[in-house]
Design a protein around this ligand. Sequence first.
Ligand SMILES: C[S@@+](CC[C@H](N)C(=O)[O-])C[C@H]1O[C@@H](n2cnc3c(N)ncnc32)[C@H](O)[C@@H]1O
Length: 254
Amino acid sequence: MKFDKISQIVEGVPFIDIKNAKYLYDLIISEKLTNILELGIAHGTATCYMAAALDELGTGKITSVDLLEAKSSFSPSPEEQLAKAGLENFVQIVRMQTGYTWFLHDEIKRQTINDICQPEYNLCIIDGPKNWVIDGFTFFLVDKLLKDNGWIIFDDYEWTYTSVDEKRNVTDGITHRHLSEVERTIPHIKEVFELLVKQHPNYSDLIVYPDSGWAVAKKTTSERKIYTVKYQETTKDILVQVKHGIKSIIAGKN
Ligand SMILES: C[S@@+](CC[C@H](N)C(=O)[O-])C[C@H]1O[C@@H](n2cnc3c(N)ncnc32)[C@H](O)[C@@H]1O
């Protein structure tokens, strides 16, 4: 299904904006990413864009995971949006009692043969609670299931607990007053990306889009790490080489 058609069908339904939706749609088609894991569905708007891209490719599947307790929170539901677009056959929706970390447990167990976890996905989009403990752990679990040359995308790169309405005390099961001042004010996904993904030997092509809140990384064991920050107006590229544990910046431009 063409991008314009799916964008008309889901028009006005949160949470993905049109720019990120186009980026995701184009990435799936250009890289032929046909086995997708989506963590955090809400109304299924991003799901619809991804399913439309698979429809264009003529093949593929999306496994979309969310919380059981959130099932009735979103109207339209992902099932309704997918049915409206006629794309439901590309998507399996899984709702878990405790969330996506336990889904990933089940997947790793299912994919393990002779003590080795066989990777299966070539794209994972993480758009859930935006929490260091849950999403930091999720990154390591997803890494086990992501194939070489697969992609990982984080939403909410700069989101903080203090950025939400002061009257809200709980976000996705995390009680704000249980967090320290620092934990409430620091963006957790940024910490996950900068401290875990960027330092991980399996991830080399890293791009941060601060304006749209996305951070993207490619799974590749190349010794050359490229870290790019793309603002709407300017791009800052930092080329980093890591050899024998020694990091050197070999090029940087503004
Ligand atoms: C911002 S919404 C996702 C939006 C969607 N990706 C899109 O762009 O259309 C976040 C979703 O994450 C879900 N969520 C939060 N914590 C979760 C967890 N621990 N496990 C699974 N889903 C979770 C919420 O129920 C909500 O549906």
